[in-house]
Design a protein around this ligand. Structure first.
Ligand SMILES: NC(=O)c1ccc[n+]([C@@H]2O[C@H](COP(=O)([O-])OP(=O)(O)OC[C@H]3O[C@@H](n4cnc5c(N)ncnc54)[C@H](O)[C@@H]3O)[C@@H](O)[C@H]2O)c1
Length: 246
């Protein structure tokens, strides 16, 4: 019960990795605000874990402020933020449109900035520290076909995590990122794409959302007390792999 008496806001908590992280925090005692742009998903996710729903678009400052106000009016505080809301849309570099770039970077990078800034202001006002966990990706560490906007947004999240860690350290707010590798969140990922990723991963398989949630939960906990500004890859070794045969 590492999160007894803690209040957590989790974005993208209606599905996939965010839902698994929200479930993990709730199962260990946290009060969780389940934030998602998709109301049906948010309601379903919240119902499963006994959380509260807040429908927001993380790319809109007013929405994010409303979520923070909601958490504070319910529980009088906010101790943990997990930013998992994201889109993984792919377009080739030569054909990518401005709209694609704006959408992906707006949600993945600006959304992470907005949530982090607004929640951190609340944590600073409370004066009792906090934990922020951003969900990056191994696509932020290396290039990938169709991932110009996505990879750049996640590289941005990694760098933002470092700067937030530096500026928030004096307030005892520790900021880290979990970097998932290929994770089973959607059934349509199979065939060539799946094989291509798995062949480059020492563990030779996709991760589960629970495996990502385990790492995120550590980073969100008080056990994580001397680690800030880092990315923890939960990726089956994808990011460190070089030559794999011979
Ligand atoms: N699944 C993977 O293989 C993988 C790998 C690396 C990183 N990631 C990252 O993990 C995070 C979660 O991915 P996932 O696979 O669980 O995705 P998912 O699509 O299963 O879930 C994402 C959730 O975010 C919500 N969302 C999307 N845009 C939003 C917005 N503007 N405001 C609020 N909520 C919004 C969606 O409605 C959805 O419920 C993303 O940031 C993604 O980039 C995923």
């Amino acid at each position: 019960m590492r999160f007894q008496d803690k209040v957590a806001m989790v974005t993208g908590a209606g599905h996939g990795i965010g839902a698994a992280i929200a479930a993990r925090l709730a199962s260990e005692g946290a009060q969780v605000l389940v934030c998602d742009i998709d109301e049906a998903r948010a309601r379903e996710g919240a119902e499963k874990i006994g959380g509260q729903v807040c429908v927001i678009d993380v790319a809109q400052r007013g929405d994010v402020q409303r979520a923070v106000d909601d958490a504070v009016s319910r529980w009088s505080r906010l101790d943990i933020l997990v930013c998992s809301a994201g889109v993984m849309d792919r377009e080739s570099f030569l054909e990518a449109s401005d709209a694609h770039w704006e959408k992906v970077s707006g949600i993945n990078l600006r959304g992470t900035f907005l949530c982090g800034q607004i929640v951190a202001r609340q944590m600073v006002a409370q004066g009792s520290g906090g934990r922020i966990v951003n969900v990056a990706s191994n696509s932020g560490a290396f290039g990938g076909r169709g991932r110009a906007a996505y990879g750049a947004s996640k590289a941005g999240v990694i760098n933002l995590t470092q700067t937030m860690a530096i500026e928030l350290a004096e307030h005892e707010i520790l900021v880290n990122a979990v970097g998932p590798g290929p994770t089973l969140t959607r059934p349509e990922v199979q065939g060539e794409l799946m094989a291509s990723a798995q062949n480059r991963m020492p563990l030779k398989r996709y991760g589960t959302t629970e495996e990502i949630a385990s790492v995120a939960a550590f980073l969100a906990s008080d056990e994580c007390s001397f680690t800030t500004g880092h990315v923890f890859y939960a990726d089956g070794g994808f990011t460190i792999a070089g030559v794999m045969e011979g």
